[in-house]
Design a protein around this ligand. Structure first.
Ligand SMILES: NC(=O)c1ccc[n+]([C@@H]2O[C@H](COP(=O)([O-])OP(=O)(O)OC[C@H]3O[C@@H](n4cnc5c(N)ncnc54)[C@H](OP(=O)(O)O)[C@@H]3O)[C@@H](O)[C@H]2O)c1
Length: 406
């Protein structure tokens, strides 16, 4: 299917679909509660030129409609997971409105052939509202895969909290009754600024549901993504050792592929049993420690394992120094935060934290999907990490090791 500009007066919008259901009114939907969870009573006006007449109608939940009549807004559509979510929702036959920023225009146009791509700015509530107004399409549900690209303190609050909040408000104003948030399992032990920003938004989703019983949310908290564990494949392939912290058993995770996670997120859009819930999710198979991941990689390469163990105290020393310097040079605050992010992932498992025992539990971490880390490593060994962008704040153990040796 080819892409075309929808109208010369609306250069922000690219359509590839013809079957969106246009909004039959120009004023916001007025919800009248209380009412059953799956029903909403709406008052609509046929058009802005006609007098507004109260016309009570019982609107069934979007979940009862066929996918081609359901409009889903996706913000963070151009991210590692967002791209797969857009494609998965399109594959399932939904009408997807993918919000992208201008700088990602080429990427979005190339990849989202089944979606309507709307170029806008999620960090500016007024701009986002105007963009959605100009689409004149009702929104049934929204999915947010937004995340700070840097993980810096201010940027985390700007994206993981404020931009997500802007997206919720805009989606709600255009009729959305369900919001799926891609969060992270690590927010259960919040020591980092991006985790606090995410938690604040998670709480606002719960508040929104409490205010309006016709609204629901699903908060998806995945364990580690494959891309986050593939950073050493190329260097190990080049003969270098696998680098890990402590004894390589301090943390573990049940990694999940981007496709499996996208499929789980798409399930959350339509599956009412997943509404009103916080959903931790990992991939298939047992939880893996860094040493097990390294052994798997050497096995695939047909080589004897070669490890370098970096004491975690070294990171504490570096972070301590950066935190001290940041008091004098505030520009170093983000550098200290990046150190804390690296330290966090070196020591904390990406598994459900059992409230009873206070320990991470592989058994209590649900598994979903079929893709395994071993298949992913085998693919990266063959094809490299191209397309597995790690993000600007990813913590590259190999570079750290090289710096230590210098
Ligand atoms: N990495 C892991 O192992 C892991 C594990 C569990 C959970 N998570 C969570 O999963 C979430 C998504 O991760 P991801 O890797 O898919 O994220 P990502 O690839 O970094 O994508 C972030 C998305 O947010 C958008 N964005 C960032 N800054 C923006 C700005 N200033 N204005 C407008 N849009 C902006 C990006 O747009 P552009 O493309 O235009 O930059 C992109 O669409 C995060 O919340 C992360 O914490 C990650």
């Amino acid at each position: 299917m080819s892409l075309r500009f929808s109208s010369p007066s609306n250069p922000l919008l690219l359509h590839s679909h013809a079957h969106f259901i246009p909004l039959p009114f120009s004023s916001p939907i007025l919800h009248i509660s209380p009412k059953p969870k799956t029903l909403s009573l709406t008052i609509t006006a046929a058009s802005s030129s006609q007098p507004l007449t109260a016309q009570p109608t019982i609107t069934p939940s979007f979940r009862t409609k066929p996918p081609h009549q359901v409009n889903i807004l996706v913000v963070g559509s151009t991210g590692y997971i967002g791209k797969f979510v857009v494609k998965e929702l399109c594959r399932r036959g939904f009408n997807v409105i993918a919000i992208a920023r201008e700088r990602s225009r080429d990427d979005a146009i190339r990849q989202f052939t089944g979606a309507t791509v709307c170029f806008s700015d999620v960090t500016d509530a007024a701009v986002l509202e105007r963009s959605l107004d100009s689409l004149a399409l009702p929104i049934d549900a929204a999915v947010s895969c937004l995340a700070s690209r840097s993980g810096g303190i201010q940027d985390s609050w700007k994206i993981d909290y404020e931009a997500s909040r802007n997206s919720l408000a805009a989606a709600r104003r255009h009729g959305a009754t369900h919001f799926v948030l891609l969060s992270a399992i690590c927010v259960q032990k919040p020591l980092l600024e991006f985790q606090r920003a995410k938690l604040k938004f998670e709480a606002e989703l719960a508040d929104e549901e409490a205010k309006d019983p016709t609204f629901s949310y699903s908060i998806v908290r995945p364990t580690a993504f494959f891309k986050s564990l593939g950073g050493q494949v190329d260097t190990v392939k080049d003969g270098k050792p696998y680098v890990m912290f402590g004894d390589g058993k301090m943390c573990s995770c049940k990694p999940i592929s981007e496709q499996d996670l996208a499929s789980f997120i798409a399930d959350c859009v339509v599956d009412e049993t997943k509404a009103g819930k916080i959903l931790p999710v990992g991939g298939p198979g047992k939880a893996l420690t860094p040493v097990e991941q390294g052994e798997m990689l050497f096995r695939l390469l047909g080589r004897d394992p070669k490890f370098v163990k970096v004491p975690i105290s070294l990171m504490d020393f570096v972070i301590g120094a950066l935190e001290f310097l940041a008091k004098v040079f505030p520009a170093l605050e983000d550098a200290a935060e990046f150190g804390r992010i690296g330290r966090y992932y070196a020591a904390e498992s990406m598994l459900v934290l059992d409230e009873e025992t206070g320990e991470y539990s592989a058994e209590k971490t649900p598994s979903y999907g079929t893709d395994t880390l071993e298949e992913f490593f085998a693919r990266v060994v063959r094809e490299g990490m191209a397309g597995q962008e790690l993000g600007e704040h990813s913590f590259n153990l190999q570079e750290k090791k090289i710096a230590l040796e210098d």
